[in-house]
Design a protein around this ligand. Structure first.
Ligand SMILES: [Zn+2]
Ligand SMILES: [Zn+2]
Length: 263
């Protein structure tokens, strides 16, 4: 089999050839079809996690060469004698967050936060990931049927997808326990949020240059003088003269300020 491996931190990955392993016991060998690149891969490849403020968390225990890649999708090409319910030719995403199976976290079924010696595909020292023609998965329970999802997306869901999903799950729990928490939305999500729409926050305005645009309405309700958005956002400097005149500046003075490049 071939792997694109780290042979030296911070240096380009190297193509290395090793014998294709034969699965033993409950192991399953996948031929890799898709492997995502995660930001963690970039950090591991650097040889440290940049914690900001000049602080670094070194990958001191990572043995080299190491094959990265923990967002993996592939095809079963060989199975160990104890594998049940999986056949050669089937396609799966590989759940990479594999634990020791013995520590308290693993016993609770939370292998992803294993404290007893994780065996995470592509992330733990000595455990090869998906930047290769083949990857070994220790047990069928780590094979995820991604159904009709695009296989490449199925691979990416194993880290980036799970990260977002687990955050969403936690938000539900925090809310149920009166801890204020909310997801960070994109602008589109903000304007399409049912609550935001119900309050009538998104208002439309016609901009002379940009055409029709959505703006945020007032968050305050006033009975006698209800606030309203009457103007689109101004262009740069559009209201400068008006504001200065209101402040008592003569037209000649405003012209002078313009000539001097002040405004
Ligand atoms: Zn990742
Ligand atoms: Zn464990």
């Amino acid at each position: 089999m071939q792997s694109q491996a780290i042979t030296e931190f911070g240096k380009p990955l190297q193509l290395i050839e090793t014998p294709t392993p034969t699965p033993a016991g409950t192991e399953i060998l996948l031929k890799v079809h898709n492997a995502g690149v995660c930001h963690s891969d970039v950090h591991i490849h650097d040889g440290y996690f940049d914690l900001g403020g000049g602080n670094k968390l070194p990958m001191a225990n990572m043995k080299l060469p190491h094959t990265l890649g923990h967002e993996i999708e592939g095809e079963v090409v060989a199975i160990g004698p104890d594998v049940k319910g999986v056949s050669v030719g089937q396609r799966y995403a590989a759940f990479p967050w594999i634990g020791c199976g013995k520590c308290p976290a693993c016993e609770r079924g939370e292998e992803n936060i294993c404290v007893g010696g994780p065996r995470q595909l592509g992330c733990s020292s000595g455990v090869a990931g998906g930047y290769a023609t083949h990857v070994m998965v220790p047990h069928a329970k780590y094979l995820i049927d991604y159904g009709k999802t695009n296989p490449a997306l199925g691979a990416a869901y194993m880290c980036s997808g799970l990260t977002a999903f687990s955050a969403m799950k936690k938000i539900g729990k925090l809310g149920a326990n009166d801890v204020p928490a909310a997801p960070l939305n994109t602008l589109d999500e903000v304007f399409n949020d049912p609550q935001v729409r119900e309050y009538g926050f998104p208002v439309e305005a016609e901009h002379p240059v940009m055409g029709k645009m959505r703006l945020v309405g007032s968050g305050v309700e006033l009975d006698r003088t209800p606030p309203a958005v009457t103007l689109p956002p101004p262009m740069l400097g559009e209201h400068t003269d008006e504001i200065l005149e209101n402040l008592g500046y003569e037209k000649a003075m405003i012209e002078k300020l313009r000539e001097q490049g002040v405004i």
